[in-house]
Design a protein around this ligand. Structure first.
Ligand SMILES: [Zn+2]
Length: 433
């Protein structure tokens, strides 16, 4: 309706203009050289109008002809841009679907259409990476790393490749370059901490560790390799204060205190750790300077007085009593542990020793000893260092699990780990035809 009204208005205006033009009085005469021209005023006005329109059309055509190459170039660029955008989308879809061949082909097309932009280089690198073409991925990451606007992306990719290869020296150098390009990036800090752990640079790992990191394990490891005694003592103290229940941390601290001539402080640290989480190695350290016999028993009583009911306390008191020839006292502590529900192999072996010491070569003594040994054969395993993450048992403590490389995951564990579902199924599966 609005368009109809507009057409009517325009038609009315044109009619009015034509009417006014036709109504112009007089004639127009022009002489150009020998040519004379005479016409009625409306005709001359119409001619002028037509000449103007013609001239305008000629100028427009000339302009279009001059701009033609540029217009063609622009149209081609738009077509390439559109095709490049489609190739980028297809690359992303292929990467998400894990279609390696398609991802590489579309990433190559995107680069041809759009040139080497940070986006196309990153897509080409990722496509090469998932296709196992490390050479292609490396070339694209290097091209990214050489750009001012996307160097961090390239260095990050090269760093990931170095980590996958296990080339820790190269990875550390790349991490330093990435830090220079983008200081303080959270991801980079975590990656540098991980590299420091893998390279065994415990001080660096400790310095880069975030708030949730197991700092006691890192500080203990750092103290072990530190050559400066004062610094080693500081690190060991930090480890012990951070987690006094970690026996290696307590031992690292106490060992350095003892080396510094501060044995009473060392014993106090060990006693504090024993009150929280007793460990046989703490007893070995604490008892080392003591004499055998009664003085050893006194040392054991001092160590265990804050936590006398714990199985480690009971076993230590029983063993020292047995060594001092006090078999009644040794039996009292061992039986107390047994009545508290402890069914570990070491307890039954200790009871067998007590029976041997008490019964000697008598028939009753031999019977009681055999009974204790029979219990030992079917008892629960003794506590050991076990990884919280992969549940692997280890003969000694390590700052990282040697199997799964989790930091600070080894804990002194008395509970045997339930076998995994796979382990439970495998023996049955082998019996099937
Ligand atoms: Zn592990």
């Amino acid at each position: 309706m609005r368009r109809v009204l507009l057409v009517l208005v325009v038609a009315g205006l044109v009619l009015a203009f034509a009417w006014a033009l036709a109504g112009l009085p007089g004639r127009v005469t022009a002489d150009i050289g020998s040519i004379s021209f005479e016409a009625a005023t409306p005709v001359a006005a119409l001619g002028l109008l037509l000449a103007f329109v013609l001239l305008y059309a000629v100028f427009r055509l000339l302009g279009a002809a001059i701009r033609l190459p540029r217009t063609l170039r622009n149209r081609q660029a738009v077509r390439r841009r559109r095709a490049g955008d489609i190739a980028v989308t297809r690359t992303l879809l292929a990467l998400a679907a894990g279609e390696k061949g398609d991802a590489r082909r579309e990433a190559g097309r995107a680069r041809r259409m759009l040139g080497d932009t940070p986006q196309t280089l990153l897509l080409a690198a990722e496509a090469g990476r998932i296709a196992g073409r490390d050479d292609e991925a490396t070339a694209s990451f290097r091209a990214l790393a050489s750009r001012d606007d996307a160097a961090f992306l390239g260095l990050r990719g090269l760093l990931r490749q170095a980590v996958e290869r296990g080339d820790w020296t190269e990875a550390a150098a790349l991490a330093r370059q990435a830090e220079a390009v983008q200081p303080g990036a959270a991801w980079l800090r975590r990656e540098r901490a991980r590299l420091a752990v893998r390279a065994g640079n415990w001080s660096d790992a400790l310095a880069l560790a975030d708030a949730d990191a197991p700092k006691a394990a890192l500080a203990t490891a750092a103290a072990e390799v530190e050559t400066d005694p004062a610094r080693a003592l500081r690190l060991a103290k930090q480890a012990w204060q951070d987690d006094p229940s970690l026996a290696p941390a307590a031992l690292a601290y106490a060992t350095r205190l003892r080396a510094d001539g501060r044995d009473s402080r060392a014993q106090a640290a060990i006693r504090h750790s024993w009150s929280i989480a007793p460990h046989p190695d703490l007893a070995v350290f604490s008892m080392a300077p003591a004499e055998v016999g009664l003085s050893a028993m006194q040392a054991a009583q001092r160590l265990t007085e804050a936590n006398p009911e714990h199985v480690e306390s009971r076993l230590l008191l029983s063993r020292t009593a047995l060594a001092a020839g006090l078999t009644g006292e040794a039996r009292r502590h061992a039986e107390a542990a047994r009545l508290a529900g402890v069914n570990q192999r070491r307890l039954w072996l200790l009871l067998a020793e007590i029976e041997e010491a008490e019964g000697g070569d008598t028939e009753a003594g031999r019977l009681a000893q055999r009974d204790a040994l029979r219990h030992a054969a079917t008892a629960d395993p003794d506590p050991q260092w076990r990884c919280n993450a992969c549940h692997t048992a280890h003969g000694s403590w390590h700052p990282t699990c040697p199997d799964c490389f989790t930091v600070g995951s080894l804990r002194w564990n008395t509970q045997p780990t339930a076998p995994s579902v796979v382990q439970q199924i495998q023996p049955t599966a082998t019996l099937l035809p």
